[in-house]
Design a protein. Structure first.
Length: 369
């Protein structure tokens, strides 16, 4: 088939696949989350079996580990959001004072009183509290999704105990496919571990800084910064908004600016300068592709897509590119940088730009080796 036809058919197939994933996003997102968590902890049962534990003990330990992490994070998030909903009404008077000061500022700078009144009429503290209450209700509704993830993890963890044995068999039958899956699992684990370590560092520093600034619920905002650390490029901005608003309500614009400066100094230094170096080495994806994957997966499967953007891109890369030697040339375009020696095939001399190796003159010689 002509190469252009192959490209068009590939694009058409991708459009159909993406439309199918988006149509079942409520099911696809928990499945992908369970898969990524299983991949992350897959070395645990393997290590336990090398220590002599029976298969059932390795499986049970893995399930308890993952369940503990998920349920602990969910419980901490629910408790913190409930605490936030309970303290917001205390800021009613301060919020009204800020609105009045803002109104006087606009009026003193030439904005008509009627326009200011029309704009301020849409601002109401009760609406903010109601929005937080809705977030709390939606957090509880996530419990049904959590149950689905826990059920999927139960079965996936059972399969992960014998994953290495199956990969060894697949390696003998289809080495290219086995190599693609190993590359995906190793890249995913590296990315998740790097993001987790730096997320913990950022969470501790943010919580301490917010506590020193007397911002309410510093542990909650530290937990939020830990979760948003898994969102490439723009995660810390999402985690900055709530403490900055509380700083505005608690101490005015000056305190809000201090929170923004301190938060940005910590998060930009770690997440935008130090962490990308380790992430790039771990997954080998370009910065542009990482940001585009964030937008795409968040659109395709919702908020979980933003958190799982890099692992899902690695999975798509393994299934569409790494699995076939004929398409691995695309790695040059997707990776953050070429590797030494990758630009020249083994059977093509590097000093022969035309790709035609010179053959020695064998005229008059015995061709038999």
């Amino acid at each position: 088939m002509p190469r252009g036809t192959i490209v068009l058919l590939t694009i058409a197939g991708l459009v159909v696949a993406v439309a199918g994933i988006k149509s079942v996003a409520s099911l696809a997102a928990p499945v992908f989350l369970a898969l990524m968590l299983t991949v992350a902890v897959q070395p645990v049962p393997t290590w336990l079996r090398t220590k002599g534990l029976p298969r059932w003990a390795a499986f049970l330990t893995t399930v308890l580990l993952v369940y503990g992490i998920l349920i602990g994070l969910f419980a901490a998030l629910v408790f913190s959001v409930a605490r936030l909903a309970s303290i917001l009404p205390q800021y009613d008077d301060k919020f009204d004072d800020l609105v009045t000061s803002f109104q006087n500022f606009l009026t003193s700078h030439g904005v008509s009183h009627d326009k200011v009144q029309d704009m301020i009429s849409h601002v109401d503290t009760s609406k903010v509290v109601s929005a937080v209450t809705d977030v709390l209700a939606s957090t509880f509704s996530v419990a049904s999704t959590l149950v689905l993830v826990l059920a999927l993890l139960l079965f996936m963890a059972a399969d992960s105990v014998g994953f290495d044995d199956r990969m060894n068999i697949l390696d003998r039958m289809r080495p290219d496919i086995a190599s693609a899956f190993r590359s995906f699992s190793q890249g995913t684990r590296s990315y998740l571990w790097v993001s987790t370590v730096f997320g913990l560092i950022v969470a501790v520093l943010d919580s301490v800084a917010l506590a020193l600034l007397s911002i309410p619920l510093p542990i909650l905002w530290g937990l939020l910064s830990f979760i948003t650390n898994y969102i490439p490029n723009v995660g810390f901005i999402i985690g900055l908004v709530p403490p900055a608003l509380l700083g505005l309500l608690d101490g005015g614009p000056t305190k809000m600016l201090i929170v923004i400066v301190v938060y940005s100094a910590i998060n930009v230094t770690i997440q935008s300068v130090i962490q990308p170096k380790f992430v790039g080495d771990a997954v080998g994806l370009s910065t542009t592709l990482t940001f585009m994957s964030l937008l795409f997966w968040a659109w395709a499967i919702g908020p979980l897509g933003a958190i799982l953007a890099v692992p899902l891109t690695l999975l798509a890369k393994a299934l569409l590119i790494d699995i076939d030697p004929a398409t691995r040339w695309a790695d040059v375009l997707l990776s953050s940088g070429g590797k030494p020696g990758d630009e020249t095939p083994d059977d093509e001399p590097a000093d022969d730009p035309a790709g035609v190796a010179k053959t020695p003159d064998t005229k008059g010689q015995d061709p038999t080796p």
